[in-house]
Every structure is written in C-alpha cells, then in structure tokens.
Write a protein that binds this ligand. Structure first.
Ligand SMILES: NC(=O)c1ccc[n+]([C@@H]2O[C@H](COP(=O)([O-])OP(=O)(O)OC[C@H]3O[C@@H](n4cnc5c(N)ncnc54)[C@H](OP(=O)(O)O)[C@@H]3O)[C@@H](O)[C@H]2O)c1
Length: 231
C-alpha cells in the first residue's frame, strides 16, 4: 500500500457496530478499508456506498478456508495491511454458565478466539515479510475483569489478552500486536447484555471519531501493551 495514499486497514465485523463506524471514519480520513462480516445484505450496501479500492466481502471468520481465500484476494489486490483489526465478536445471551447450551458456548469460542486466529494465520505472514504493521485484537473490560451471566464472553476476551501477548513475543521488530479494550459503546452487543441502559453510552460513530486517530497512532513501540481506547 502506498503510504502517501493512506493506510490499508483490514477490519473484521464491518457490517454493524464499532466495525462499521471505524470503516466509515477510516474512509472519511482517506484510508483504504477491506472489511468482512456475515450479513450479505449489509456487505452489498457497503459495496454500493464505498467503491474500489475499498473491498467488502461476506466472510464468516469462523471458517478457515473462506478466511484464507479472502486474505489471498486482499493481499493480491492491495498488499499487506498496515492495520489488522480483529473486531468481529459475539456475546452469549445473559445467563449463568450452567444454562448456556453447548452450541451457544461453542459459537462464542469459535467466533471470538478461532476467528481471530484464522485472520492472523492468513494476513500476518505477509505483514511479517514486509516487517511492518499493527495487529489489534479487540478485547473488553471483560477481558480484564468479570461479571455474572457473561462467562463465555469473558473467557474469550481474557483469551484475547493472552493470545495477543504471546503473539507480540513472536513478531519481528517493526511490528506490534495489542489487545484493545474499546470501552463501553451503545451497539447491538451492548444492548444484548445491558438492555435499555445501553442508551446511556456513546454511539459507535461518536466512539470512532476518537478511536480511529488513536488506532492510526499505534506503532512498534506499543507491541505487547494491553491498551484501552480513549474514552
Ligand atoms: N460495544 C461495547 O461496549 C464493547 C465493549 C467491549 C468490547 N467490545 C468488543 O468490540 C468489538 C465490536 O463490538 P460491537 O459492540 O461493535 O458488536 P456488534 O454490534 O455485535 O457487531 C459485531 C460485528 O461482528 C460481526 N460478526 C459477528 N460474528 C462474525 C463472524 N463469525 N464472522 C464475521 N463477522 C462477524 C457482525 O456482523 P455480522 O452479523 O454481519 O457477521 C458485526 O458486524 C467486539 O470484539 C466486542 O467484543 C465491545
């Protein structure tokens, strides 16, 4: 990617919430976004709104082969990302752990942990070859503390902290991997766990105005730091 024309930002979970707001803001600031999400309808809407070089694809991060194919297309067309934002995640419906069904538990683990490993497996080798780029794995306040009724989600976000710290130890100089707690933002996910009190929190658009410049400021010096987005 030609830095003079802005950075290349890969974002998972770009169809709603923080992912969509980040895509809008990076593009507004002149950067190029390659994003994915599962909703084909929302991906079509993004394609109509943002033409090439931006690229939007319906990809479920849980499945390794489609992620490999998606990464191959992006790397071929645009080169290695400057920023890889592993943002896609799901949360369990509020319930004590013993009431969470095995399929629901598996879905949270598959999206929030295996999905992140899948994008790292297929995007990071090209970043390593170029010896530059920043990987941001979305953690949570619940990656550093806990609450009742969100145990599966907490497990995955604590996993993000450990996975990312270990990855940081593996990267060559010039690169960084960080777990990021974005704060508390009024999205579908927050409405699922907070109910109507989610409305007290900032919108994803308000959040992105501050978070995107912060993300653009990350560099090799931040490698391995457990970070929080500006509130
Ligand atoms: N909102 C908060 O207050 C808060 C607090 C702490 C941490 N976080 C973290 O911030 C990130 C964004 O959260 P959010 O609030 O924006 O959530 P959200 O509103 O629920 O949006 C989640 C996004 O992830 C996508 N996604 C889910 N499963 C996917 C899969 N298997 N493959 C591809 N995309 C998938 C969804 O799109 P599709 O349904 O189209 O796939 C959607 O675009 C998450 O990592 C979350 O854990 C959020």
């Amino acid at each position: 990617m030609d830095k003079a024309k802005g950075r290349l930002v890969v974002i998972t979970g770009v169809t709603r919430g923080l992912g969509r707001a980040m895509a809008d803001e990076f593009i507004r600031l002149g950067h190029t976004v390659a994003g994915c999400g599962r909703s084909g309808e929302r991906i079509e809407e993004l394609r109509r709104t943002f033409r090439q070089p931006h690229q939007f694809d319906a990809v479920d991060v849980v499945s390794d082969e489609p992620v490999r194919a998606w990464a191959g297309r992006i790397l071929e067309a645009l080169g290695p990302p400057d920023l890889l934002l592993n943002n896609a995640a799901v949360i369990n419906r509020n319930a004590p752990l013993w009431q969470v069904s095995a399929p629901e538990f598996s879905e949270v683990i598959d999206v929030n942990i295996k999905g992140v490993a899948n994008t790292i497996r297929h995007f990071v080798p090209a970043m390593i070859e170029r010896k530059s780029g920043v990987i941001v794995n979305f953690s949570s306040g619940w990656g550093r503390s806990t609450d009742a009724e969100v145990a599966p989600y907490c497990a995955t976000k604590w996993a993000m902290e450990g996975l990312t710290q270990a990855l940081a130890q593996e990267l060559p100089g010039g690169m960084a991997a960080v777990p990021l707690n974005p704060g508390i933002i009024n999205t579908d996910m927050l409405r699922s766990c907070f109910g109507s009190s989610a409305a007290q929190y900032p919108s994803a658009q308000q959040w992105a105005r501050r978070a995107v410049p912060f993300l653009l400021g990350l560099n090799a010096k931040h490698n391995g730091q457990s970070l929080s987005a500006p509130g």
